[in-house]
Design a protein around this ligand. Structure first.
Ligand SMILES: *Cc1c(COP(=O)(O)O)cnc(C)c1O
Length: 411
């Protein structure tokens, strides 16, 4: 986990200022005074780099965006009001009616509904595939395919994608690859593996303590003439490439999505998210280690645990090869029935029952009766939601305490 050591240095240095107030300033202003009509004109035509209006950008949020961009090796980032805001921003900045999305792997419930129920109402259709259906994925790509969307870890099915292989398919056909890296910030760096845009819910492990709802999309630079974003498929980007060159995906996302849909981050949430970022490289490796310890101990007790660190998991080899920093804070336990799952949740003393994940505290939730209660049987089956399934997000507690508590709760 050498990279984590670098992040420890980098994050504390970047969040804190070397002069004046060390803690980032919270610029709690919706609008900004321009001072003169000439400056106003310059701000609106982009020649003067000053804040325009907080829906289009805020100084506190800009600081968070610069750290998030650096974290993933992107050329820039746009922070949003929530993780769903980031996914919506990234997608809507590339899509028009008649376009198609290819969605790969286990999908967060909100993203599934966005693709399946909401975007379909606007003439945008999504095909859904399991992580290893490479041939079917490739065969489904048409001239109208604008996005391949992938989660770094299936939540809650715990499937691991072969990110490089799917990135190769996307690149071969010149289609944008968006990766939701909410579960594995720092552990997986999607832009290095061939993705074009990374989206996060910063609400989870990045903020880390349930203090702030937020999201962020990180964009790669647009490169030379062979770049996929310079092809007919993304012809609408031409004018942004002319004005902003390698940065073009950012003004495109701001104008096509942030300005018009308004999923903008607020300064207070951006501040709290930066406080979380400072300690992320300490919290995440500890939790990943605890997850492995807890999963192995509960599996040895005969509980039905789903996590790729277990040799019985279909992606165990991939976990060892491609996920050297683990796959985040989650595992699932199948209690066999809803009644037994409820019994477990009533008896656990440590787990907090909530829909969140990636918190300092251990969290748990019965899936079928909550996040997936709206979904029909067939969809639940596709997403791996069984009647007794509980999702657990491990926190900072002593792992042995969690093991003891869970074994008692499962009795
Ligand atoms: C929580 C979550 C989201 C949505 O984030 P919000 O901040 O709740 O809008 C998206 N993707 C994944 C993987 C998530 O866990």
């Amino acid at each position: 986990m050498n990279k984590f050591e670098n992040y420890c240095t980098d994050f504390v240095q970047r969040v804190g200022a070397k002069e004046g107030a060390i803690s980032p300033a919270i610029t709690s202003s919706a609008s900004f005074a321009y001072g003169s009509p000439e400056t106003a004109e310059g701000i609106f035509n982009g020649s003067v780099k000053k804040p325009l209006y907080s829906r289009m950008g805020n100084p506190t949020t800009a600081k968070l965006e610069s750290i998030m961009a650096k974290m993933d090796g992107g050329i820039g980032a746009v922070a949003t009001s929530s993780g769903m805001g980031a996914t919506t921003l990234a997608c809507m900045s590339l899509l028009a009616s008649g376009d198609e999305i290819i969605s790969v792997g286990g999908l967060f419930g909100g993203t599934y509904s966005l693709f399946n129920e909401t975007l379909s109402r606007f003439g945008i259709n999504t095909s859904f595939f399991d992580v290893d259906e490479f041939e079917a994925i490739e065969n489904t790509i048409t001239d109208n395919t604008k996005i391949i969307f992938l989660e770094s870890v299936g939540n809650p099915n715990m499937c691991l994608p072969d990110i490089k292989r799917i990135a190769n398919i996307a690149n071969k056909h010149g289609v944008a690859l968006i990766i939701d890296n909410t579960i594995t910030p720092l552990s997986i760096t999607p832009l290095e593996l061939g993705a074009d845009i990374v989206v996060y819910s910063t609400t989870k492990i990045i903020a880390g303590n349930s203090s702030a709802l937020g999201g962020c999309a990180v964009f790669r630079a647009i490169n030379d003439d062979a770049d996929k974003f310079k092809t007919q498929r993304y012809a609408f980007l031409e004018k942004f490439i002319k004005n902003a060159g390698s940065m073009a995906l950012i003004p495109n996302a701001k104008k096509r999505a942030l300005r018009d849909f308004g999923m903008s981050a607020n300064a207070h949430a951006s501040y709290q998210t930066m406080l979380g970022l400072e300690t992320l490289p300490l919290r995440l490796p500890r939790i990943v280690q605890s997850v492995e310890t807890i999963v192995k101990a509960l599996d040895a007790q005969g509980l039905h645990i789903n996590h790729p660190v277990l040799a019985s998991h279909p992606h165990h080899a991939r976990y060892n090869e491609s996920f050297p920093n683990g796959c985040g804070t989650l595992f699932t336990v199948d209690m066999g029935s809803q009644a037994r799952a409820y019994d477990f949740l009533r008896k656990t003393k440590l787990a907090t029952i909530t829909a969140n994940i990636g918190d300092s505290r251990t969290l748990a939730l019965h899936m079928a009766s909550t996040i997936y209660s709206d979904f029909d049987q067939e969809t639940r089956k596709f997403l791996g939601i069984t009647d007794g399934l509980i999702r657990v997000s491990v926190g900072l507690e002593n792992p042995q305490d969690i093991i003891d508590d869970f074994i008692k709760a499962a009795e």
